[in-house]
Design a protein around this ligand. Structure first.
Ligand code: GLC
Length: 429
């Protein structure tokens, strides 16, 4: 895809950001704002790193997996170094790990990344050896999900904290989060709003509840066998489940190819129930999937990008994919750039506030990949074109205003740069 000299310089600018945020064995999402290793950031960053140095890409993943919990969970943050610039830090989480980590997880995109690193590898033998060593750990994480986050075996896993979704303050969580108390949270000083305009970040009401949940889980000694039933926030996110399904499928195919039939069979088996169950979250009137609140037993009426991400796992049939593609176009008819993180037709849409409206390139990447795999190449190309236009106009921001492309949140952002490299490189989407 890389054709013009300006593409080359864009790619080089992205590569410079990856190098700048490289801490040797892991990459920080952004200087200042996010000074540690984040789970799905690292995985998606490895896709950019592979264009520069395949061994470094594998190291990113190995570092993350070195901090997997004994029960299989891969934590959402690994606090490799001390840094007062981020809150809540290790003392608040108090998970008791040798290298401190948070106590929750993040969207499991790792299986997908592993498969992609292998499929596109220059050094095949090296990649296959690394994959062989890491596959059992990924399988353990996937098993952990179904054992701990789907105790009733519905086929779908729940998130217990909005931070687990990766879409922290999505409108999806407004109703379920309202049921989380704030008593006893105490005084605290946020650091995110010192780095970024508070109008582009979650509110204090949301932060109080984020922290209440952390304190509640800490009070249960981070015992994952207890957390699900004890959490007042238990939400089934179609986007999160789709990412898990895609990673399971990728793990299955990879394991099959590398002569690990037991891992392959188990991964395949887990996706069968998940695929069928996800269909229950389809909303005909919205033309997309919706979240489900496991506490109230009700669907959440909130058309967010989480409900478009099932494209990434090719859930449903060709008709479903076409409907999702049409929904994306209808959203975009109201904005200059796609794909917004929430329907711009919803009065709750906020163009600048984090996950309540802005465009995020990692989401665009997964959606474009899904559209392309569904054969909807023109739709995929549109999403890629919008992503590159945002970068050209506004640099490598954390997220962007879909109405005018204004860069928002952190700057020189690692995974945005990594996605740009994926879009621009010859084997890109
Ligand atoms: C924010 C995002 C999350 C990301 C993290 C680091 O919390 O919502 O998805 O992993 O920042 O970039």
């Amino acid at each position: 895809m890389m054709s013009s000299p300006s593409d080359r310089s864009l790619f080089d600018a992205a590569a410079a950001i990856l190098r700048e945020n490289d801490r040797g064995t892991y990459t920080v999402p952004a200087k200042g704002l996010y000074p540690f290793q984040w789970n799905w950031d690292s995985c998606l960053t490895a896709l950019g790193e592979r264009h520069l140095d395949e061994r470094r890409a594998w190291l990113e993943i190995e570092t993350l997996l070195a901090h997997q919990w004994p029960d299989g969970m891969v934590p959402h943050i690994v606090f490799h170094a001390t840094d007062e610039g981020y809150f809540p830090g290790p003392a608040v989480w108090a998970t008791g790990r040798a290298t401190p980590t948070s106590g929750i997880t993040q969207p499991p995109v790792l299986g997908f990344v592993l498969q992609r690193l292998c499929a596109e590898a220059q050094d095949r033998a090296f990649a296959q050896n690394r994959a062989r060593a890491l596959m059992p750990k990924v399988a353990a994480w996937h098993r952990w999900f179904y054992a701990n986050r789907d105790p009733k075996r519905t086929g779908l896993v729940a998130i217990l904290h909005p931070w687990e979704s990766g879409r922290d303050n999505s409108i999806d969580w407004d109703a379920p989060l309202a049921a989380v108390p704030t008593e006893g949270v105490g005084e605290y000083r946020r650091r995110d709003t010192q780095h970024v305009d508070p109008a582009q970040r979650p509110t204090k009401g949301e932060y109080d509840r984020y922290l209440w949940l952390v304190q509640h889980f800490r009070g249960l000694d981070w015992d994952n066998a207890k957390l699900h039933d004890a959490s007042p926030f238990r939400v089934v996110d179609p986007g999160f489940n789709a990412i898990l399904i895609r990673s399971e499928e990728a793990l299955g195919e990879l394991a099959e190819g590398l002569g690990e039939p037991a891992i392959a069979a188990a991964a395949r088996e887990r996706t069968v129930a998940a695929r069928a169950a996800l269909e229950m979250l389809w909303s005909e009137s919205h033309g997309q999937y919706l979240c489900f609140d496991r506490v109230t037993g009700k669907r959440i009426d909130s058309p967010s990008v989480g409900g478009l991400l099932p494209l990434f796992a090719n859930v449903g049939d060709a008709e479903r994919s076409a409907r999702l593609a049409a929904t994306i176009r209808s959203w975009r008819s109201r904005t200059a750039y796609g794909v917004p993180s929430h329907s711009p037709a919803d009065p709750r849409f906020e163009r600048k506030r984090y996950w309540r409206g802005p465009c995020w390139l990692i989401v665009n990447y997964m959606i474009a990949d899904g559209l392309s795999r569904s054969g909807l190449k023109e739709h995929a190309a549109e999403v890629v074109a919008h992503s590159l236009a945002l970068i050209r106009h506004s640099g490598f921001a954390e997220y962007y205003d879909p109405l005018d492309g204004t860069p928002l949140g952190g700057r020189r952002f690692t995974w945005t740069a990594a996605m740009a490299m994926e879009f621009l490189a010859p084997a890109g989407v």
